[in-house]
Design a protein around this ligand. Sequence first.
Ligand SMILES: Nc1nc2c(ncn2[C@@H]2O[C@H](COP(=O)(O)OP(=O)(O)OP(=O)(O)O)[C@@H](O)[C@H]2O)c(=O)[nH]1
Ligand SMILES: [Mg+2]
Ligand SMILES: [Zn+2]
Length: 364
Amino acid sequence: MKLEELGWNSFFAEKYEEYKQKGLFAARVAREQKNLYRVLSENGEEQAIMSDQLFMNAFSSIELPAVGDWVLCHRKVGFEKVFIDRILPRQSKFSRKGKDSYGRNYQKDGSSDEQIISANIDTVFLVISLDRDFNLRKIERYLTLIWDSGSEPVIILNKADQCEDPLWFAVQAESVALGIPVHIISALQKKGIEPLRSYLKAGKTVTFIGSSGAGKSSLINVLTGEELQYVSYVREDDKRGRHTTTTREMILTKGGGVLIDNPGMRDIKLSVSETTLDRTFSDIVELEKQCRFRNCRHESEPGCAIKQAIEAGKLDIERFESYIKLQREVKFQEKRNKQRQKFIDNARSQQRVQGIKIKKHRNK
Ligand SMILES: Nc1nc2c(ncn2[C@@H]2O[C@H](COP(=O)(O)OP(=O)(O)OP(=O)(O)O)[C@@H](O)[C@H]2O)c(=O)[nH]1
Ligand SMILES: [Mg+2]
Ligand SMILES: [Zn+2]
């Protein structure tokens, strides 16, 4: 297995340079389960665990290896598993708020932690099924998360076979996608799949996100031509999906290209910067610039471009309200993140001063 096929590039090679001499080898995390990892490298696939040092120095779950990460490992005589010593800087990281996959929460203040969903991603396939799952406000949230990750979103409307007028949904989706590609497919009938192959290039990584039951694993199976991922059945009476995929997992396609399947997401809490949010709502940001007053609150001010656009039917009022709501959420999170960072910085400097290693209980 060549590292380049797994997504290795000059960015990582440069970071690796200083560790080459220390006998550490590079590998990519393909799977994570409890504290056990599976890594892929030139040596093939192996089981791995974190070195004590990596684990004990981690102050939050984003400092632990995640699927998609490039890590540096060493071998110890007498041990079958390899040890992960270090995570190379991430080129992009797709994260969300919440407890990590083991239900651990590293935040001493009780607030939820940031959790890496997958790292070093080029493209995110946002899979939405054309039934009750379809919701523009939800798409806006997802897109903001994706923009924040530093990867490119693609919207995939699945289960076209279940829907009378998929094009109508596509037009709706395009109204919030603002130029992001939107594809209509049916994973079940294997329709609309070919155009998606252009995103799967050797050494490029695509991750799949969306609600449980949207068809992420089904699509992966169609793209790889193999029944690699478990697919659930959906109860006919309420069309609700059931969680099938339980771990994040990396899958290599035959033509090159790395896929990462994820379990469905329940809630999508945002912890992003305002700049990221403005990217999702760039149409509104543009409009705001045309208001007569720079500090227009878009209420009763004269010459308000937002109000005019809403009245003229050019801007959906629900979209505008969604923007305001998310802005509030983002500001609140930014404040919390600052407090948290202060806490971590303090704890780190104390640790350094006292020279004490705080022992954490593993596997709890
Ligand atoms: N009718 C129809 N059903 C589909 C389609 N794609 C997937 N399904 C069905 O939807 C159900 C859920 O599919 P999965 O692929 O398991 O969904 P998932 O997004 O991986 O779900 P989680 O792993 O729980 O996040 C299964 O019963 C699939 O057979 C489609 O295009 N049309
Ligand atoms: Mg799945
Ligand atoms: Zn205004």
